[in-house]
Write a protein that binds this ligand. Structure first.
Ligand code: ADP
Ligand code: MG
Length: 491
């Protein structure tokens, strides 16, 4: 039973904002959703279900609109194109009033201040404790989400996949990883704050959740609070609106470990930053651990107050660098094993080689490959992967330049690169030059005059003539046409 303190009433108000209000309607909707999930799993199979449909959380079903949320833009788009209509049909079977299914990104849902029904359902089976309010009356209150093992203090769902065990360590992230482990494992505070920074999709959130999971297991009594800076701001605004900032402050300042993700979000937002600064200071002064993440180092965050900047840099600042090929390969290997999918090594190598931007995109691509093969019962090959991911891979391809083309063509026909620009009209040189012009028109966005200029300052009519000549040759000479096709492919 909770100890009764003078602040208890405030605390209850705060907790109640975030607590589970179990209404019969919500329970009914949730059970409909459960039935639909079971059907989808049966219909699409386990792999697809786990990759695409399980991540969807039910937000609401009102006025014929069912709202779901998901953390990844990629999954949202994929479900929208592949499963939305079926989802709608399944909903209609459960509730004939449904007309539309909407999938929101989690951030959008937060912005709209929608708490998911799944979240509201948590703790359903737990008894309601009795607490005493300020007037001495006994009131019944629902259990805050915090009591559920998958949630932190203020009801943020921790991703069960984001553990240290599932984090692959390589050169680019070993500093951040060791620092995070140190914070999670040591009872005393080692560096305060721990500031993790790096580009999108490189594992910052993963490491923070891993810290929370670890502490939760090893010292269940330590109060851990993980929250995005964005949510911090909305909670703060909500507290202001409800004239409840006292409870808000209490809630935050009473934790043992505070983790705020993506603090760049509150840069330039003065009052939120101010509030965060005070919370931060108080916790650090009390020697409670603070962990913060951002997309840039404290020195490079714009819109950050000077005092905040300097305090954020006091502890350990650990950056996560872009991934290396080896790390990406280890990640896709581990991930495909985790999914129990038989992905051939050459496909994994292909993915690790091609999708270099971040781990989130890499994982998304792997999921897509696995789901596609499972859906169509086809084997996974480099060819099918290339075909399936054409759009995505396209983004990674550097645009071809006229210089690339000249180089390749000169190599192919064994002429000197300088001869691409020379005035010579000898057939053995003019022909390769024409081929290069033709490919430049086909593979780049340059205009005829621009192309002419790059070939020794030739006129655009010369280029036009070259294009016609090559087209003509291609039409009548199969061997020549194949040669051109080969060159184009190798570019
Ligand atoms: P960030 O918060 O830096 O934008 P996330 O932590 O959300 O990135 O990571 C994006 C995805 O990539 C997550 O699914 C995460 O599990 C995965 N990921 C990132 N780095 C690693 C890693 N080193 N090992 C395994 N998974 C990783
Ligand atoms: Mg993140």
């Amino acid at each position: 039973m909770e100890k009764i303190r003078p602040t208890v009433e405030k605390k209850i108000t705060m907790a109640e904002n975030l607590s589970i209000k179990i209404e019969p309607k919500i329970t009914a909707i949730a059970s409909q959703w459960e039935k639909i999930q079971t059907r989808m799993r049966k219909e699409f199979g386990d792999v697809i279900y786990r990759s695409w449909l399980k991540p969807l959380a039910l937000l609401s079903n009102e006025h014929g609109i069912v709202r779901l949320s998901v953390g990844s833009r990629f999954i949202r788009d994929w479900v929208n194109t592949h499963y939305l209509e079926r989802l709608r049909q399944l909903w209609i079977l459960e509730d004939s009033a449904v007309t539309t299914i909407e999938i929101l990104l989690v951030e959008q849902a937060h912005r709209l201040n929608i708490i998911s029904v799944d979240d509201q359902q948590v703790g359903n089976e737990q008894p309601k404790p009795l607490v005493v309010n300020g007037n001495g009356d006994t009131v019944q209150r629902t259990i805050p989400i915090a009591n559920h093992p998958n949630y932190d203090q203020l009801g943020v769902r921790l991703d069960p996949r984001f553990t240290f065990e599932n984090f692959i360590v390589g050169k680019s992230n070993e500093l951040a990883y060791s620092a995070a482990r140190r914070v999670a494992e040591s009872a005393s505070v080692s560096y305060n704050p721990l500031f993790l920074y790096g580009g999108v999709g490189l594992g910052k959130t993963h490491l923070m959740h891993a810290i929370a999971w670890h502490i939760r297991k090893s010292s269940p009594n330590r109060r851990v609070l993980y929250m995005s800076a964005e949510k911090f701001m909305y909670q703060f605004i909500r507290a202001l609106r409800h004239k409840d900032t006292f409870a808000f402050k209490e809630e935050f300042r009473s934790v043992d470990v505070l983790m705020i993700d993506d603090v760049q979000f509150i840069c330039g937002k003065d009052s939120t930053q101010e509030e965060f600064f005070h919370t931060f200071n108080e916790l650090v002064d009390k020697n409670h651990q603070v962990v913060v993440s951002a997309d840039k180092s404290p020195a490079n965050l714009e819109g950050l107050e000077e005092r905040m900047r300097s305090r954020l840099g006091w502890g350990l600042v650990a950056d996560i660098h872009p991934t290396t090929y080896e790390l990406r390969l280890s990640i896709v290997q581990a991930k495909s094993e985790l999914l129990k999918a038989n992905v051939p090594l050459d496909v994994l190598e292909f993915l690790a080689q091609k999708i270099t931007s971040n781990v989130r995109e890499l994982e998304g691509a792997l999921n897509r490959v696995i789901a596609h093969a499972a859906l169509l019962h086809t084997p996974i090959t480099v060819g099918s992967t290339q075909e399936l991911l054409r759009d995505l891979l396209h983004q990674y391809e550097k645009p071809i330049t006229i210089e690339d083309i000249q180089k390749k063509v000169a190599e192919h026909y064994q002429v000197k690169l300088t001869q691409m620009h020379s005035p010579s009209r000898a057939r053995n040189i003019a022909r390769p030059r024409q081929v290069a012009m033709y490919l430049a028109k086909q593979l780049t966005v340059h205009s005829l005059p621009e192309i002419g200029k790059k070939f020794g300052g030739r006129d655009h009519t010369t280029v036009l003539h070259a294009l016609k000549k090559i087209e003509e040759l291609c039409a009548h000479d199969r061997e020549f046409a194949e040669d051109i096709a080969f060159l184009r492919r190798s570019l």
